[in-house]
Design a protein around this ligand. Structure first.
Ligand code: FMN
Length: 631
């Protein structure tokens, strides 16, 4: 079998609806692929993504290593650590590095859980062999199959050919094809099996599929009461503490991780939490990334419920439907979902490969807008996307906002076909269709995030346009809104510098909050802020505008990607590095102390470090509002 043939066979199984090599031969796509061996190499790159280093200035000097610690009886964690951003995916956006946690249980029998991705293959295998003789390894438990992990798995099985892989049934289907050329023993977990390693280490398994990881399997060890949670309860940060002694400081990282990976699949997260509840005696969560969860186990479980619940109480919901063979379209969808979620709009992802039509129909009936993403395979969208599109066209009202995205290799017909069908049917698009060649880059992912935000803002705008009619029907609500609108505030532009980008947000919800130290509270709309001022210690400038100088118009709405409102106005740079609007009345250099979620706004508490009046005779611009809905 040629390499491209075996690759295509793996595709057919790994991505269940992908065409078989034979079918592709008939459709002529095989010829196109054979002609373009270089394209195949590019595709292979998407299967096993290389580590792309973002920016030399972001690189930490400390080399990758493997930290080893005992976390329970006969149980060791091997944390493959990197201090720099591992990949471009949005979940690494906080740029604090990460750990890929693998676990070794050495009782009468030995099991290894979740060997890391190929960025760590060499250092991991070297370290692992210091702790166990691979020739006696009995089991490799795989929580989910990720193309990135296959390299390590392959090398591991070459050293431990006797080991049996334990995984979920969907994972077994993928692995059987990937390892079709080798003699690999794979045992899918079918029900309530117990894997006895001896000395009381009886492993139970729980199948917790989500759109992002449809094959996810978690493991519980009764002897140590450790629940190995894989993608749940993790955080992307790299540090010395193995346990969560400092759990309060982990809050933001954990919440960010949840927002990036789980906020768009909360129905499945809640189902997983229900299943985890059957392991009520668990005393430690051992996640795939970040510190072990010991001291904050109840708290984090509660947080996951709360954060999931919050998604369902939001007033607007976007359905995000996609399929993805190698994860590129999924990664784009994840960035769009993050852009939506950070505006306070709820987003629910569905991987159409694993959803039945009834589930898609119900989601489309309940959503306020929808976005559909597809790779192009053999000149088309995969069958499941075509089915989903059919459901949309027959179910979603034409007033619903729509969006289209997808990864492609050379022609990208799928995205064009979907866009055309939606436009022909009368749907409006909430962002310009996103066509990304192969794997998205850091830059394209930022555009995708911005597109998600733009989509959610349009959705909110639509709702506000409809709102006056609803208010008219409810006179009291209307009168209350008008009364609240009588609260006035000075008009300000909050400015900040993020990497090379200058950001400006208009707000009149500013108030002095403390005298010593001089402190302010400022409310900024969630849909205006993206990741702005999410972390304690971040600097910004509050520019207090003056009457008669219409600076506000430059900041009335968030700029489109690539647009810079600052080019049209005079600025200087404050000592904290943020822009000062030269024509403002005064400015204050501030440092963020705290950020609190308040409905559709973030409330910031900041300490004023320096301040300067720029026009001693000017008068503060005040925002007089007519309704509570205006800032
Ligand atoms: C079997 C196969 C057929 C493909 N056919 C096309 C095609 O007709 N046109 C195109 O633009 N890209 C084609 N591609 C490239 C994929 O669209 C590209 O790899 C994309 O990144 C896959 O997205 P995903 O990771 O979300 O599955 C093909 C890839 C494979 C493996």
């Amino acid at each position: 079998m040629t390499s491209s043939n075996s690759f295509l066979k793996a595709l057919s199984s790994f991505f269940r609806f992908a065409p078989s090599p034979e079918a592709l031969q008939e459709t002529g796509v095989q010829t196109a692929i054979a002609e373009a061996e270089t394209e195949a190499a590019a595709i292979a790159e998407t299967v096993v993504p290389p580590i792309v280093e973002p920016d030399a200035s972001l690189l930490a000097t400390r080399p990758r290593d493997v930290q080893v610690a005992q976390i329970g009886d006969a149980t060791t964690v091997l944390r493959s650590r990197t201090w720099d951003r591992l990949k471009f995916e949005v979940e690494y956006g906080r740029q604090k590095g990460t750990t890929a946690n693998a676990y070794l249980i050495q009782a009468d029998k030995t099991a290894l859980l979740d060997p890391p991705g190929e960025s760590f293959t060499d250092i991991f295998l070297t370290e692992l062999q210091q702790h166990t003789d691979l020739a006696t390894l009995d089991y490799v438990i795989v929580g989910h199959v990720n193309p990135n992990r296959i390299t390590t798995l392959r090398r591991l099985l070459a050293l431990a050919p006797q080991a049996t892989i334990i995984c979920s049934r969907p994972a077994a289907i993928a692995l059987r094809t990937i390892f079709a050329d080798g003699d690999v023993q794979i045992k899918p977990i079918r029900g309530d099996e117990v894997l006895a390693l001896g000395q009381g280490h009886e492993l139970r398994f729980v199948f917790v599929p989500t759109p992002r990881w449809p094959d996810a399997l978690c493991t519980y060890d009764a002897a140590t009461r450790i629940l190995f949670t894989d993608k749940f309860f993790g955080a992307h940060l790299c540090d010395e503490p193995v346990l969560d002694d400092n759990w309060k400081q982990l809050d933001e990282d954990r919440h960010y991780y949840f927002d990036c990976l789980h906020a768009a699949q909360t129905r499945q997260v809640q189902a997983a939490l229900d299943k985890f509840a059957t392991f009520a005696k668990a005393k430690l969560y051992a996640p795939g990334h970040g510190p072990m969860v010991r001291y904050s186990l109840s708290r984090l479980t509660y947080d996951y419920r709360e954060w999931s619940q919050q998604q369902h109480t939001k007033d607007l919901t976007v359905a995000l439907l996609y399929t993805s063979a190698y994860g590129n379209t999924a990664t784009i969808g994840q960035a769009i979902a993050k852009g939506i979620a950070q505006t306070g709009v709820s987003v629910e992802s569905v991987n159409c490969e694993f959803a039945d039509p009834a589930e898609i129909t119900s989601l489309i009936e309940q959503c306020d807008g929808f976005i559909i993403g597809s790779p192009t395979l053999g000149g088309h969208a995969p069958t499941q996307i075509q089915t989903a599109l059919g459901i949309i066209l027959s179910t979603a009202p034409r007033t619903h906002l729509a969006g289209v995205f997808g990864s492609y290799g050379w022609s990208g017909e799928a995205v064009d076909q979907i866009e055309e069908k939606l436009k022909d049917s009368g749907y409006r698009l909430g962002f310009e269709t996103l066509r990304i060649k192969f794997k998205p880059t850091d830059e394209t992912l930022q555009q995708c995030e911005a597109a998600g935000t733009e989509f959610a803002q349009s959705l909110r705008k639509d709702k506000r346009i409809r709102a006056p009619y609803q208010n008219a029907a409810d006179g009291q609500t209307d009168r209350t809104g008008q009364a609240v609108g009588r609260v006035t505030g000075s008009l300000c532009v909050l400015t900040a510098q993020q990497d090379d980008t200058r950001l400006g947000v208009l707000t009149s919800w500013v108030s002095q909050a403390s005298f010593n130290p001089p402190g302010l509270t400022i409310a900024i709309a969630k849909d205006q802020t993206a990741d702005l001022l999410a972390h304690t210690g971040e600097p910004f400038v509050l520019n207090i505008l003056k009457q008669g100088k219409n600076l506000r118009r430059y900041f009335l709405k968030p700029p489109s990607p690539g647009e810079d409102p600052f080019v049209a106005i005079a600025t200087e740079t404050a000592t904290n590095g943020c822009p000062v609007l030269t024509d403002a009345l005064a400015y204050l250099e501030c440092t963020l102390q705290n950020r609190m979620e308040c409905g559709d706004h973030w409330l910031l508490y900041a300490v004023v470090e320096h301040g300067k009046v720029l026009d001693a005779t000017g008068v503060t611009a005040v925002n007089h509002r007519k309704s509570a809905l205006q800032q």
